[in-house]
Design a protein around this ligand. Structure first.
Ligand code: C2O
Length: 547
């Protein structure tokens, strides 16, 4: 195993997009930032120098961080942010996982421009499928002409969601359909008759995306750095945070073909927040072309297509790092996830703007809207036994009875008032945990992509309507459920995950729509140390940033 070392200079740079110059915060001046490539078993050492005017942290999305919770990166959860002028070295070993992950800033909305691919190659030297001719990361993103920190501050002050982005992007580029973007459209040069692997990453802040290439089919072989049974489809669907590895065979008439990504909006009757589309071009044999062939994308609200994609994936039993589903459960949790409202004014003031509204949007788990601490991270408070930072009293069951298919039938105004608190769930080392996420759909059009740090999990079931505790578990897949780190909980539906808490630390579990994370759709799973040194979190590195 090797030590792979990188330097990340986080700094403001000027880039030209959509006909104008913009100042953005980026790593080493690039958008996307550097692709990191390691082999399973390697130790990754990244020296982050914050030369930007903002607080910064970097999170290694999907990396288990076994006994290295201090390197996980979410601000105020495992560390205080790196202040302007400060630095921190993330040092961790990548074990028992391989595939496509990514890294991104984990503070404010900064990940809009601070992100990149993290590729873990198999230590065996080969995949459980024929070796592709070549591999390419395809990172889908979202671009704002406005400063993203201002955008977040303003949305919070108003108690609303942020404005729509101004473009979607493929590898940082908006593509042909946006103004002044044609010349820098992302182009993938391929030769005829080969099989390529595309490592798709949804780095967008607030949108699920459909991805398609004209006239071509994909074979999905992995999601979230976990191998799947080969699944053939002509469209991939990714929620923010998710990755999908697909094989693409260049078996069509040599020419040029558009690849497209655009939003998927889950709720049938919700107006599309944005119907713009980003493009790239697949070019065979460097042939000259005039107009590439355009694919048809599903309708913006094509839930059947999206649901078929996400519910058809299964894990590849016996592939590297595969493991069986826990069946003896120590913790069985039913957590509601959703948007509602809360009153403005102390202790939930919507501040800083004239005409203060009386209600703000609030997002919650079991009616607790997560408030990030400010004086110490949760992990430091846990490790050093500091009280007053969080309480370990997040309810295991919803506090109120509720009909999720028809909120009007529920005698339940309290669910619509989710107040802020820093409530976490504490579990014993090695506990087997099941969480049923039930979407509450009071407001909102999107699936909630729930992401757990420090682990991946089996998705044993998902469906629409109210979770039925008697009949739905009978339909669980306990044989080869897909293994992911981010699951889109359907609007007006539910999803059940299972994992074994074999990694001590503080692990944020949150909606990967940044708009919802900001509104409080998060909690933390604090996992105690085990009985031996190999199950005990070591003390923090000396350069851990302080608040
Ligand atoms: Cu990709 Cu907590 O994040």
């Amino acid at each position: 195993a090797a030590i792979v070392e990188h330097v990340f200079n986080v700094e403001n740079v000027t880039v030209r997009k959509l006909c104008h110059d913009h100042v953005i915060t980026a790593v080493n001046g690039a958008l996307p930032g550097p692709t990191i490539q390691v082999t399973e078993g390697d130790t990754l050492v990244v020296h982050v120098f914050n030369k930007s005017p903002y607080n910064v942290t970097i999170h290694w999305h999907g990396v288990f961080q076994l006994l290295s919770s201090w390197a996980d990166g979410p601000s105020y959860i495992t560390q205080c942010p790196i202040p302007p002028g400060g630095n921190y070295t993330y040092n961790f070993t990548i074990t028992t996982q391989e595939g496509t992950l990514w890294w991104h800033a984990h503070v404010s909305f900064l990940r809009a421009t601070v992100y990149g691919a993290l590729i873990i190659l198999p230590k065996s030297g080969h995949y459980p499928f024929p070796t592709p001719y070549e591999e390419f990361p395809i990172i889908l993103g979202e671009w704002w002409n406005a400063n993203v920190i201002d955008l977040q501050t303003q949305a919070q002050a108003l108690g609303t969601g942020p404005n729509n982005s101004d473009a979607f992007t493929i590898n940082g580029r908006p593509g042909d359909l946006y103004p002044c973007s044609k010349n820098c459209t992302y182009k993938l040069n391929a030769v005829h008759g080969q099989t390529y692997m595309l490592r798709l990453i949804n780095a967008a802040l607030n949108n699920q995306l459909f991805f398609k290439i004209a006239n071509h089919k994909f074979t999905v072989v992995a999601v979230d750095a976990s191998y799947t049974n080969p699944y053939v489809t002509d469209v991939a669907v990714l929620a923010p945070g998710q990755t999908v590895d697909v094989l693409l065979t260049t078996d069509q008439t040599p020419g040029a073909y558009y690849m497209l990504a655009r939003p998927y909006v889950s709720a049938q009757n919700a107006p599309p927040p944005d119907n713009t589309t980003t493009t790239g071009i697949l070019i065979y044999d460097e042939l000259p072309y005039t107009s590439p062939i355009m694919p048809l994308l599903p309708a913006l609200n094509d839930t059947p297509t999206a649901h078929t994609f996400s519910s058809s994936l299964t894990s590849l039993v016996g592939s590297p790092n595969w493991r069986p589903v826990p069946t003896q459960l120590d913790e069985q949790l039913l957590w509601t996830v959703g948007l509602s409202v809360a009153p403005c004014g102390p202790p939930n003031a919507c501040t800083g703007v004239p005409n203060i509204p009386t209600l703000r949007l609030s997002a919650s788990i079991n009616n607790a809207s997560f408030q990030f601490p400010t004086s110490l991270s949760i992990l430091q408070a846990h490790f050093f036994n500091v009280t007053g930072i969080y309480t370990a009293d997040l309810p295991d069951q919803p506090p109120l009875k509720f009909d999720y298919t028809n909120p009007a039938n529920s005698n339940n105004s309290a669910l619509a008032f989710a107040f802020k608190s820093t409530r976490v769930k504490q579990v014993k080392y090695n506990a087997t945990v099941e969480i049923v996420f039930q979407d509450t759909t009071i407001i909102g059009a999107e699936n909630h992509p729930m992401h757990l740090h420090g682990y991946n999990f089996h998705v044993v079931g998902q469906g629409f309507g109210n979770f039925d505790p008697v009949n739905d578990p009978k339909k669980y897949n306990l044989v080869n459920p897909v293994i992911r780190n981010t699951i889109g909980v359907p609007v007006g539906g539910w999803a059940t995950i299972r994992f074994q808490a074999n990694n001590p630390g503080a692990w944020i579990l949150h909606c990967h729509l940044d708009a919802h994370l900001t509104m409080g759709l998060a909690t933390v799973i604090v996992v105690d140390n085990g009985p031996t040194p190999s199950s005990t979190l070591p003390p923090p590195p000396p350069d851990l940033p302080q608040c």
